[in-house]
Design a protein around this ligand. Structure first.
Ligand code: MOS
Length: 711
């Protein structure tokens, strides 16, 4: 490092150029440590014991024999666990009591944590946990999710449950063309590569938790509230995270680890197994959706109804807001949407990549395809004819809506113009071929964050923000944003993230992480550069500027802010085996300024692969008799693997958020939106058969083909 000056020789355009991950080398060489790998002297290991019944009470736990087993240090359960406070509102709302472990003897679902066995080694803890005999008083349970469940009722969640304008029945009755169809999506699980893991310890009067999560200040705040601690006395660190997708917030394992560390006064680690994650990490609720569309003969929508039913537990209300996507995408004189929820004896679902939009776009975009068929209009033309001027429900202007441009560019690159719209007419040997398309959207938001930027005397800089890089490349993106604000090459900027001591910041969630953090980082780094330009001295310990975006975000004018996209898929269907293979896929997105094309493409592609997986593979099955998941592992729960994923292309058009300092909108979730619909629409084009229930399994293809033959 030579020059100590800033801003003279500097490159000023790092944002928009491809950079490999700054921690990539550490990750591939194994130098990067994940939460369960950080060494601690005197570490003890906790193993969670989960209920084997789906509803009832714990009558007794035979802990004495377990306490006599080798290495066992303690057993925590509802009789000896410390009291937790759940009567608070955290960063994302009321806590799910599922994470408040061992507070009572009730069991609300199978896989509910009933005890933690702590031992010297992980193996001893596991053996003892499996030996622990728990006696239950079992009650009849109900885990059966149906669209017409009598207990289903509207629930708000993070948006109003119901929106209604216009006379739906009248508009449907007077429409030239009507689609009325029901769609279902199954229970789906996040399955990040790295299972949840946390180590808790008390260090000089402070609680420190080494964790794998999507937001350190979020988890620190929840733990402080649950344990009634001074927030300043809780520190959560989460350096590297092997995927999250919505599942990595505060969960039973961190809370149990803190309890045990407090009791034993030594570090305690609790790791979830893959199997336990199917009960303790949240999941996407199954949905049953009904879409009714009424249109003029030229395809212009007059009536739109989107109703969704999802499922939650008996202890916490979580809504998968699938009908919300219709509030953004299409307008009609009569426009009704509703999200309903039914409470069953199951684990609480949670946010999972594009919560609401992923299943909602499947139903809505498949229904649009059915309408295009009935109207005899090209599916892209149908969508272009129904582009709204303003938010269909809000009436607010769009802060950029480049959906039409995405379709035009996508159609050109995919070769859509040559498409024969008739279904079931393209054959290649035993394969029927088809193509399909669908629209995508996802909200673009930002939340208040704080960041610091420090100039060092050697000409380097350190940015600190309690951001999370859950695999997105956020750390690298922030280095590029900071480098441009400082007008130095990114190599001179260190970005430190994943430490709650850096101050409050948005979580890696809602596709809002990089945008929210960039805003704070750019503000801090920009101010630092100004101070340096005015000749500020850099002391040995560095010159630090802190920024907080709370006020700037409060001043944002209300608007419909979203990323948009157009998805295209080509499939081949073997109607004698029922196999569906995706042959190629293309997604074109208008998702704001792209900070790092390399990692951004990776996010879009990852989302689109989720779409293939959602369309064809993923389905968690719940056993009615036991109430538990069947095949709760990666053998029983199928996700798309390399062999299922063909050539996929993701690209974007010029798009920028006019109100964002960097122009960012957000890219983490939109890749999955519409992707399953594009595949399902392509399957219809290949075979002439509509599949309205996901996944489109071989047996479903075969029985549908048999049904079509018999008809
Ligand atoms: Mo995402 S479901 O906002 O982690």
């Amino acid at each position: 490092m030579t020059a100590v000056t800033t801003g003279t020789t500097a490159r000023t355009a790092s944002v928009g150029t491809g950079h490999t991950r700054v921690e990539g080398r550490d990750k591939v060489t194994g130098a990067a440590r994940y939460a369960a790998e950080v060494p601690f002297a005197d570490l003890a290991h906790g193993w969670l014991v989960l209920s084997t019944i789906a509803r009832g009470r714990i009558r007794a736990l035979d802990t004495d024999p377990v306490l006599a087993m080798p290495g066992v240090l303690a057993v925590l359960d509802h009789r000896n666990a410390p009291h937790l406070d759940t009567d608070y509102t955290g960063m994302l709302g009321k806590p799910d009591p599922t994470c408040a472990v061992f507070q009572h003897d009730r069991v609300p679902h199978l896989g509910w944590p009933v005890a933690l066995v702590v031992a010297e080694t992980s193996e001893q803890a596991r053996e003892a946990a499996e030996a622990l005999v728990v006696h239950y008083e079992q009650e009849p349970h109900d885990v059966e999710f149906t669209a017409d469940h009598p207990d289903a009722r509207p629930v708000d969640g993070h948006m109003p449950a119901v929106t209604e304008k216009g006379d739906l029945d009248a508009r449907l009755a007077s429409s030239a063309v009507v689609v009325d169809a029901e769609y279902t999506t199954p229970e789906e699980h996040h399955n990040p590569m790295e299972p949840h893991a946390a180590t808790a310890r008390w260090d000089d009067g402070r609680l420190e938790v080494i964790d794998s999560n999507q937001g350190v200040t979020w988890v620190a705040g929840e733990l402080a509230s649950l344990f009634s601690l001074d927030p300043a006395s809780v520190r959560v660190r989460s350096e590297h995270v092997g995927g999250g997708f919505g599942s990595k917030g505060v969960r039973a394992h961190q809370v149990a680890a803190v309890m045990a560390a407090t009791l034993l006064q030594r570090p305690v680690r609790v790791v979830l197994t893959r199997r336990q994650m199917f009960s303790l990490a949240g999941y996407r609720s199954p949905t049953a959706q009904r879409v009714r569309l009424g249109a003029d003969a030229d395809g212009r929508l007059r009536a739109l109804e989107h109703r969704s039913v999802s499922r939650t537990s008996t202890v916490h209300e979580f809504v998968e807001p699938s009908a919300g996507v219709a509030r953004v995408m299409y307008d009609a004189d009569a426009h009704h949407t509703a999200n309903h929820v039914v409470r069953l004896d199951v684990p609480t679902p949670t946010w999972m990549r594009a919560p609401g939009e992923a299943p909602g776009s499947f139903a809505l975009e498949a229904a649009l395809d059915e309408l295009a068929e009935k109207c005899g209009i090209d599916p892209i033309e149908l969508r272009l004819r129904n582009e709204p001027e303003t938010g269909p429900v809000s009436g607010l202007p769009f802060a950029g809506r480049n959906l039409a441009a995405c379709f035009r560019e996508g159609a050109r690159r995919f070769g859509w113009a040559d498409r024969d719209s008739r279904p079931g007419v393209r054959r290649e040997g035993r394969w029927l071929l088809g193509t399909g398309t669908a629209a995508a959207s996802f909200p673009a938001g930002a939340a208040p964050s704080t960041a610091t930027a420090t100039a060092h005397p050697d000409g380097t800089f350190t940015v600190r923000i309690s951001a999370a890089d859950i695999g997105t490349g956020a750390r690298t993106a922030l280095a590029l944003v900071a480098a441009d604000a400082l007008q130095v090459p990114p190599e001179r900027v260190r970005v430190r993230i994943g430490d709650s001591d850096f101050g409050p910041a948005m979580i890696a969630g809602g596709s809002m992480g990089t945008r929210s953090w960039s805003w704070a980082v750019k503000t801090a780094a920009g101010e630092l550069r100004e101070r340096l330009a005015l000749g500020a001295d850099i002391p040995v310990e560095g010159l630090t500027v802190r920024a907080d975006t709370t006020e700037a975000l409060g001043a944002l004018a209300p608007a419909e802010r979203h990323s948009f996209g157009a998805q295209f898929a080509e499939v081949a269907v073997d109607v004698t085996t029922g196999e569906v293979r995706v042959r190629r896929m293309l997604g074109i997105f208008a998702a704001g300024r792209i900070v790092n094309p390399l990692t951004a493409r990776n996010q879009f592609l990852g989302g689109m692969i989720w779409g293939i997986s959602m369309a064809l593979h993923e389905e968690a099955v719940r056993d009615r008799a036991s109430g538990g998941p069947v095949g709760a592992d990666l053998a029983g729960y199928h996700v798309a693997t390399h062999a299922d994923v063909p050539r996929i292309e993701a690209d974007w058009i010029d798009d920028t958020d006019p109100d964002d300092p960097v122009g960012i909108k957000g890219i983490g979730e939109i890749g999955v939106v519409g992707a399953a619909a594009a595949v399902a629409n392509a399957v219809w084009h290949a075979t002439g058969v509509r599949h309205r229930s996901l996944p489109i399994r071989p047996d479903r293809v075969l029985s549908a083909a048999a049904g079509a033959r018999d008809a």
